[in-house]
Structure formats: structure tokens, C-alpha cells
Design a protein around this ligand. Structure first.
Ligand code: NAD
Length: 246
């Protein structure tokens, strides 16, 4: 499947987890992938192991760095906004700093990246933006996910707004809502509970399929939404959640 040959894709948070699997899957379909992350070593390992991927360190919280990177690139056809962060807690645990970080990393960075790449997409008359939200958002509540759920819900609103504004310009914008997916940061969160096995069992129990998702299972949806196969699809939030939201 070389459905993305000739397309340039920019992926944030591409050194690990869903972003990494997405970068690999886009490259496997022929896209030229610019993989970005703050984890420069992880990016180098990714670029070394997979053809078609260029590593480009980028902190999505740094507005100047985002502008400089996008200006240095040819127009991007595909933007995968993947960077995100989980604050663990209810509203009572959420101080202003946790709220700000949740919205800065989960929502503001997407606004920033999207605004930077849109002029190039408009010039080309085509583009697909794929935002990694979460099923824990406006789709579903979960305990101790107050700032996370609020900021992931913002992504779905942003996705629909962008889709509505540019629907006649060849630009599509969709969101993916993963359930619980195996990733390095998930393992960190499990370890942080103090009882990895018990926390893993609890996270797995939330998933009706009785297992966690694999990053590759999210990456398949990323590739579909990025491709012309999804040419009639915009402004939607797609659950890939192992049935959590049934
Ligand atoms: P992860 O959390 O394991 O990896 C995240 C990557 O983001 C790391 O490589 C890290 O270096 C990078 N990163 C962190 N801060 C950054 C910054 N400021 N700029 C650039 N990169 C930065 O990966 P994951 O768990 O697959 O999560 C990826 C996305 O998927 C996130 O938006 C997350 O909220 C979302 N998501 C994950 C799950 C899950 O269960 N894993 C579920 C739903 C949604």
C-alpha cells in the first residue's frame, strides 16, 4: 500500500507510543515523514530503523521553534498532532499549573501547529489534519481525569471548527479518540501508582475486550484519515477504544 506516496507528513510526539507507530505506518505507505519530539535520542533511533523518516527535535510548547520548523519545510500535506499529557486527579487535585499545562500541551500546541501548517495546505489546496484526542473527553468521563478530559474535549471542538472553516478548501480535519493504549507514558503512570500489576489489571478491566490497545491499532486510523480513502470524511471524532465507550 503506497497510498501516501508523494505526501509530506509532520508528526508531533513521534519518538514513542502512538506518535511513533503513526510515523512508522505513514512512512510504510510511502509518505515522507518529519518526526518531531523533545526526545532527540528516541527520534534518532526511529529514523535509523525506518526509511522515509527524518528526525527533527521540536518542543511543541515553544512557539518560535514551531514557526521556525514549519517555515523550513516544504508545505505539509498531513499533520498528526499527537503530543499530549495526562494530569492524574479530580478538579480538587488540579491546581492552576496543572490546568495550564494540560491545555498548553494538549490543546494550545495543536492550535499552534495547525495554524502554522494551514497556509501551506491552503496554497496546495489539500491537507489532512489528524488530532489525537481521547475517548476521555466530551465522549466519556473517567475518574481522576479532570484537566485531561477537559483539554481533550477542547481538541474535538477545535477539530470541528477547523473542519467547518476549511471544508471547501480541500482540507480535512478529524480527531481520534483512543481508549487505553500500551505506551511508555502509560507504563510510567502504572508504575507511579506504586502497584504496577494492580493498576494494569484495573486499566485492562476498563476495556471490554479484556486487553489494552496497541499503538499500531491507532496508527491504522491515522493512515486512513490522512489518505484520500477518507476524502469524504471531515470534522469527526473516531473512537478506537476496544469498546470502552459502547
Ligand atoms: P507517550 O505519552 O508514551 O509519548 C509521548 C511522547 O510525547 C514522548 O515521546 C514525549 O517525549 C513527547 N512529548 C512530551 N512533551 C512534548 C513536547 N512538549 N513537545 C513534543 N513532544 C513531547 O505516547 P502515548 O501514550 O502514545 O500518547 C500519545 C497521545 O495519545 C497523547 O496525546 C495522549 O494523550 C493520547 N492518548 C493516549 C492514550 C494511551 O492510553 N496511551 C489514550 C488516549 C489518548
Amino acid at each position: 500500500d503506497q497510498s501516501l506516496r508523494g505526501r509530506t507528513a509532520l508528526v508531533t510526539a513521534a519518538a514513542n507510543g502512538i506518535g511513533r507507530a503513526s510515523a512508522e505506518a505513514l512512512a510504510a505507505r510511502g509518505a515522507t515523514v518529519i518526526a518531531t519530539d523533545i526526545d532527540a535520542d528516541g527520534l534518532d533511533r526511529l529514523a535509523a530503523s525506518t526509511g522515509g523518516i527524518t528526525a527533527q527535535p521540536l518542543d511543541v510548547l515553544d512557539a518560535d521553534a514551531v514557526a521556525a520548523l514549519v517555515n523550513s519545510l516544504p508545505p505539509v500535506d498531513i499533520l498528526v498532532n499527537c503530543a499530549g499529557w495526562v494530569h492524574d486527579g479530580s478538579i480538587l487535585d488540579c491546581d492552576e499549573a496543572a490546568w495550564d499545562r494540560s491545555f498548553d500541551l494538549n490543546a494550545r500546541a495543536m492550535y499552534r501547529l495547525t495554524k502554522a501548517v494551514l497556509p501551506g495546505m491552503l496554497e496546495k489546496g489539500q491537507g489532512s489534519i489528524v488530532n489525537i484526542a481521547s475517548i476521555v473527553s466530551s465522549e466519556k468521563g473517567a475518574p481522576r481525569r479532570f484537566a485531561y478530559g477537559a483539554s481533550k474535549a477542547a481538541i474535538i471542538g477545535m477539530t470541528k471548527s477547523i473542519a467547518a472553516d476549511f471544508v471547501q478548501d480541500g482540507i480535512r480535519c478529524n480527531a481520534i479518540c483512543p481508549g487505553t493504549v500500551q505506551s511508555p507514558s502509560l507504563e510510567d503512570r502504572l508504575r507511579a501508582t506504586g502497584d504496577f500489576d494492580k493498576a494494569l489489571a484495573a486499566f485492562t478491566a476498563r476495556q471490554p475486550m479484556g486487553r489494552l490497545g496497541k499503538p499500531e491499532e491507532i496508527a491504522e486510523m491515522v493512515c486512513y484519515l490522512a489518505s484520500d480513502m477518507a476524502g469524504f470524511t471531515t470534522g469527526q471524532a473516531f473512537a478506537v477504544d476496544g469498546g470502552w465507550s459502547i
